[in-house]
Design a protein around this ligand. Structure first.
Ligand SMILES: [Zn+2]
Length: 447
């Protein structure tokens, strides 16, 4: 405990630790896996290299896998790839990502303008939510669902909770700390849906619950100490390393595939299911009202993908997978309509690596029909987690359209009372997209 307090003080004195992690000499490894032989090598890259490199994501358009290679492993990786006759590129890391971000002293209230243009601190995110709750007291309620390991409050924003039993769409963001864009998308969603009268009808029929920051300890650590931090900040007795991958810690096929049981791994699944207080809080909160939750999205980055279950193993799908694909494609179409950005709709287990213990699989296992993970923009590894701040707003607007499509689908399938007044033009547009996608997808199913 004393150690823990000491290490915290390093972070908080003066706002920024002097020891922001230096990544000089680190490289991004890109491998094109179109060739089945290369794909096989990649799928067993941990065995081939003797360690699992930090998998950043994949570019589905170019069929490229991206890894973050530490400077001491670069030579070893090069030798191994060459001896296996694998073509690759080693790229420098975008220096933008490692600029220490000083706490922005936003004077006065944090506004939507800040959300659209800046990555905010956890405190600023919470300030923003408080001001929205004050401004829209009838529509927005802040609910504390638990504490993080370091004692930060985990806040759920309940929108349109009128005490009725209308269906719920649940959105959570930022379980992986370095995926900064996800937090802004969640905050933008909260603001937009309550501030624009066009969404009134939708909120009358469907409730929205948003947890804009599911890993506040990890996020703050990524801002102050280590930009590439992904995990929680749990400390372990006798442990050299801290934190678990909260998105491998959910209690469904926990610890089986695509995880590590080693504390130092980026994909450490924790000592047991729900070992992470953040995961315990989220699973408890969802279970309290799970019969009403009909849609679930976990916001991540990067890769521009809409992933549907099951992800814990390959080539295994829920019985209603066609419904998930159909709505997934309607969400992708709604995103494309904003600015022609392509999102791929794909099963989460059929990519390069299945991953057990993720939140979308668990949500689906609890009976939540439409359960997804969205990997937000960008798609390229150079921009990766350092999506420039001038692109925040566009990604927010795109994701908002996708979430709206899901809410409309939940309304049409599950709402108890249908609204009678005319739908907003944007809602009507999304309904139309959905209808079109239904026609397009019907009969084209996967085996
Ligand atoms: Zn992620």
């Amino acid at each position: 405990m004393l150690l823990q307090l000491l290490s915290l003080s390093v972070v908080f004195i003066g706002g920024i630790s002097a020891e922001y992690k230096n990544y000089d000499g680190f490289k991004i490894l890109e491998v094109n896996f179109q060739n089945p032989r290369v794909r096989k090598y990649i799928q067993e890259i941990d065995k081939n290299l003797g360690f699992m490199p930090d998998f950043l994501g994949e570019n589905w358009k170019q069929k490229q896998a991206h890894y973050f290679i530490d400077k001491d492993s670069v030579e070893k990786v090069k030798t191994n790839l060459a001896s296996n006759n694998i073509t690759y590129q080693l790229r420098d890391v975008n220096p933008q990502i490692f600029k220490v971000r000083r706490r922005r002293d936003i004077n006065g209230a944090v506004t939507i303008n800040d959300v659209n243009n800046k990555y905010l601190s956890y405190d600023e995110q919470m300030q923003f939510l408080s001001s929205i709750a004050q401004q829209y007291p009838n529509d927005v309620k802040l609910q504390k669902i638990g504490n993080s390991y370091e004692g930060r409050s985990l806040t759920a924003v309940r929108i349109g909770d009128d005490g009725s039993s209308k269906p719920i769409v649940w959105i959570d963001a930022g379980v992986h700390a370095r995926e900064w864009i996800s937090y802004n998308v969640a905050l933008y969603l909260v603001y937009t849906i309550v501030s624009q009268p066009a969404y009134r009808d939708l909120l009358n029929a469907v409730q929205l619950v948003v947890v804009p920051n599911t890993n506040p300890d990890g996020y703050e650590y990524s801002r102050t100490n280590d930009r590439m931090w992904r995990k929680t900040r749990s400390r372990f007795s006798n442990g050299r390393c801290s934190g678990a991958d909260a998105n491998r810690n959910y209690p469904f096929f926990w610890g089986t595939q695509g995880v590590s049981h080693s504390q130092c791994s980026e994909i450490y699944c924790g000592s047991r299911p729900q070992s992470e207080p953040e995961v315990m809080a989220l699973t408890n909160a969802i279970q309290r009202e799970e019969t009403r939750i009909k849609g679930y999205i976990a916001l991540h980055s990067y890769g521009q993908e809409i992933l549907y279950p099951w992800g814990h193993t390959m080539r295994t799908y829920p019985s209603d997978v066609q419904d998930l694909i159909q709505v997934g494609k309607a969400m992708a179409a709604a995103i494309r309509a904003v600015n022609n950005t392509d999102y791929n709709v794909v099963n989460s287990g059929d990519g390069l690596y299945p991953a057990a213990g993720a939140s979308d699989d668990w949500a689906k296992s609890r009976g939540i029909k439409y359960s997804y993970t969205i990997e937000l923009s960008p798609i390229d590894d150079y921009t990766g987690f350092s999506l420039p701040e001038d692109r925040i707003n566009q990604v927010c607007r795109e994701a908002f359209q996708a979430i709206q499509v899901l809410m409309i689908e939940v309304r049409s399938k599950f709402a108890i009372r249908q609204t009678t007044s005319s739908a907003s033009s944007t809602s009507a547009q999304s309904s139309l997209l959905l209808k079109r996608m239904r026609t397009a997808v019907r009969g084209s199913g996967r085996g």
